[in-house]
Design a protein around this ligand. Structure first.
Ligand code: SF4
Length: 312
């Protein structure tokens, strides 16, 4: 039976590009972050635990080729169908080095057999025209995508979580990336302190107006040993963490407001349980939460962009 898609799924987008399943392999290439090394700030974004997102095979002491080999072996055991791999530079800010070092890292990853491209996660204030020009030349032989942590469209929130850049910085980076012809993704968190549901829903229009290819949405999750978690434990009344039901209701409403062409890579966050303080449903596997969201979309007869209105 033909399955009705109520939103644009990233896996379908990848299949359109490559004609087959493509698997991402996380690699930690030893980058740091300007919001941790003192260039923009110390201590990082208040919610950030850099370790929480790295798979066990992904250790910066190992060289890049070894991490790729171990990542492929790991995924081949689980997803036998994948034959093409994208190297995902996820930890910290993966454009935050001088260009010659970036060239060495990116080209070592792309030289690995079976690797068909790179997905580069980074901060919007660690990219420039020269780096983007270089990345656009790599596109002749490989798939290249940049994924920016944007997190919120509100400057007051970005200040509150110590992001160290404003929303306009993200807009400029996304615009320049788009002008260079490089597909561009962005990451957003819902439930950050100080944001009401109305503010979060209003962000759909702003996000839709950006020249983005794809988006990832996460509920706010509090990790052990972060300053945001300390704030939460001291003043829990300042936080409204989404319950699972409330998040599902919210994200379905949100998707109905989002530009229909945007590719949605993620609808919720998932993290290894040992890192998580709250909310407890963050321990559910992403697939379980995704299925609940898809069911709710059906129940409410909602689809991506149902209530989207293009603004000039
Ligand atoms: S920019 Fe990314 S890596 Fe750096 S502190 Fe913030 S969330 Fe962590």
């Amino acid at each position: 039976m033909h399955e009705i898609r109520r939103y644009n799924r990233y896996t379908d987008y990848m299949k359109t590009i490559f004609g087959a399943r493509v698997q991402k392999i996380s690699v930690d290439a030893g980058f740091t972050c300007p919001n941790r090394d003192g260039t923009k700030g110390y201590g990082g974004c208040s919610y950030c635990d850099g370790e929480a997102f790295s798979p066990s095979y992904c250790i910066p002491d190992k060289d890049i080729s070894q991490q790729i080999a171990e990542g492929i072996e790991f995924h081949q055991r689980r997803y036998r169908k994948a034959t093409n791999y994208l190297v995902y530079l996820q930890s910290y800010s993966n454009t935050y080095k001088p260009l010659p070092e970036l060239v060495r890292i990116y080209e070592e990853a792309l030289a690995y057999p079976q690797v068909v491209g790179l997905v580069i996660g980074t901060r919007p204030d660690t990219i420039d025209e020269q780096k983007l020009d270089y990345l656009s030349t790599l596109q002749k032989n490989a798939f290249i995508m940049i994924e920016y942590g944007v997190e919120s469209v509100y400057d007051q929130t970005l200040r509150r979580i110590n992001r160290g850049h404003d929303f306009q910085t993200a807009v400029d980076a996304i615009q320049l990336t788009h002008e260079k012809g490089i597909p561009c993704g962005a990451h957003f968190i819902f439930g950050l302190p100080g944001e009401t549901k109305a503010m979060m829903l209003a962000a759909a229009e702003v996000i839709s107006s950006l020249p983005l290819t794809s988006v990832k949405f996460h509920q706010l999750q509090l990790f052990k040993n972060t300053s945001l978690t300390k704030e939460y434990l001291t003043n829990p009344e300042d936080f409204t963490l989404f319950s699972l039901d409330d998040y599902i209701q919210f994200i379905v409403e949100f998707i109905s407001l989002v530009r229909p062409e945007l590719i949605i890579e993620r609808l919720a966050g998932e993290v290894p349980p040992r890192f998580l303080v709250s909310p407890p449903w963050g321990k559910l596997r992403y697939d379980q939460v995704r299925i609940l969201i898809e069911k709710k979309m059906e129940e409410m007869d909602v689809w991506q962009g149902k209530f989207y209105r293009k603004t000039s």
